[in-house]
Design a protein around this ligand. Structure first.
Ligand SMILES: NC(=O)c1ccc[n+]([C@@H]2O[C@H](COP(=O)([O-])OP(=O)(O)OC[C@H]3O[C@@H](n4cnc5c(N)ncnc54)[C@H](O)[C@@H]3O)[C@@H](O)[C@H]2O)c1
Ligand SMILES: [Zn+2]
Length: 359
């Protein structure tokens, strides 16, 4: 078992990573909670089919009373109407202040469940059991919760830390391949912005990871959690240091918006966005040509798209104007300053489009 501590003063919590660990969830609960506390396991219908029964049996064998609530899989469940139905369920069950709320699933389940845990009775214990690669390496670290509203992504939310995160890397074996690859984009991003050794490791071992070799999955997920938790520990409330995590995301968000969130998965758009950001970084003298080649080669070898189609570039402008991370008339664009390091480079949207057109 690998244990990583997310160091946030009183809210410090562990991330426990091990193959097969879902089956030991009962023991992990007994170490921390009294069996008098009821447990709500929230999951989606895909994950429920594969994992819910095991988790509930493990909890019940340990002596916990457990309820389940299954939402429809997919982004459309990230809305207040769904949250409200779960509140109804908790109230009907007379769930007390000590109810333990567990999110079993990908980032959608994680974001919605942690939002519910952070608001029901002004906050109840939350446990994350992430089952997608994206959730294991990214969304389960950092405490961002939330739902979409009126077409705005993640516009209603809180920052709320779990009691612990339990990652079972065996869950990745049932994940659809395209979902897995999309998660790999965030993995590559972590290396590209924070850790040159980890990036080099990915260059040598990406095939082992794609083949789900256990040791490589443990290292990859563990290192990513460590990297993100270091960033979060520096900046829990999303001010400065966390911003480099948006590497590749300016172009990715614009691309997702332009294509109505249907054409590219988020990770695919991030892959294209990272290569675009690397090329812009090279054009303005922030990194070397080799830094660009290495990122493009790794992402392509993994099987992710890397090409920003020309016809999108001019259309990007409106989306760049709408960029959430704008300060005044400038976008806080994240540039690559060499493999393993990144920086914030304020740039006007028109200038960015000009640079992208030239790459
Ligand atoms: N809170 C944060 O910091 C943060 C960071 C990044 C992304 N997010 C959010 O995460 C969400 C995306 O998360 P995601 O990519 O995990 O998507 P997801 O939760 O929709 O999961 C993807 C699909 O895989 C299925 N699935 C999950 N685990 C499985 C398994 N082990 N085997 C088989 N199928 C499985 C799900 O049912 C779903 O159909 C977005 O809503 C995004 O906003 C949050
Ligand atoms: Zn992302």
């Amino acid at each position: 078992m690998r244990e990583i501590s997310v160091t946030l003063g009183e809210r410090t919590y562990p991330i426990l990573i091990e193959a097969g660990s879902l089956n030991q969830i009962g023991e992990r609960f007994l170490e921390r909670f009294s069996i008098d506390s009821p447990v709500l396991v929230l999951t989606d219908d895909n994950v429920a089919r594969i994992y819910l029964e095991n988790v509930q049996v493990a909890l019940e064998d340990a002596g916990f009373r457990s309820w389940d609530y299954v939402i429809t899989a997919g982004e459309t469940s990230k809305r207040l109407e769904v949250v409200s139905k779960v509140y109804d369920f908790l109230i009907e069950k007379k769930a007390p202040r000590g109810v333990i709320v567990v999110g079993l699933g990908g980032g959608v389940v994680g974001d919605i469940t942690s939002f519910i845990a952070s608001t029901y009775k002004r906050g109840v214990p939350y446990i994350a059991l992430p089952t997608t690669l994206l959730a294991q390496v990214d969304s389960s670290v950092g405490g961002k919760t939330g739902v979409h509203h009126r077409g705005e992504k993640n516009v209603i939310g809180t920052i709320y830390q779990p009691q612990f995160v339990l990652i079972d890397t065996d869950c990745l074996s049932t994940l659809p391949k395209r979902e897995f690859l999309a998660g790999m984009a965030e993995v590559v991003k972590q290396g590209a912005i924070k850790n040159p050794e980890f990036f080099a490791y990915l260059e040598h071992h990406y095939r082992d990871i794609l083949n789900l070799e256990q040791d490589d999955l443990l290292k990859t997920v563990g290192d990513c959690c460590q990297l993100k938790s270091d960033v979060v520990a520096e900046d829990e409330f999303d001010e400065r240091a966390r911003h480099v995590l948006n590497y590749g995301h300016t172009v990715a968000h614009a691309l997702e918006g332009l294509t109505g969130f249907r054409h590219y998965m988020h990770g695919e758009a991030v892959s294209i966005g990272m290569v675009a950001a690397a090329k812009v970084s090279l054009a303005v003298g922030k990194c070397s040509a080799d830094d660009v080649v290495r990122q493009e080669r790794l992402l392509r070898s993994i099987g992710l798209p890397t090409r920003l189609e020309k016809h999108f570039i001019l259309q990007l402008l409106d989306h760049l104007y709408a960029d959430k991370k704008r300060v005044g008339d400038e976008i806080m664009f994240v540039v690559c300053t060499g493999i393993g390091s990144a920086d914030i480079w304020p740039v006007k949207p028109e200038r960015l489009v000009e640079l992208l057109s030239a790459i």
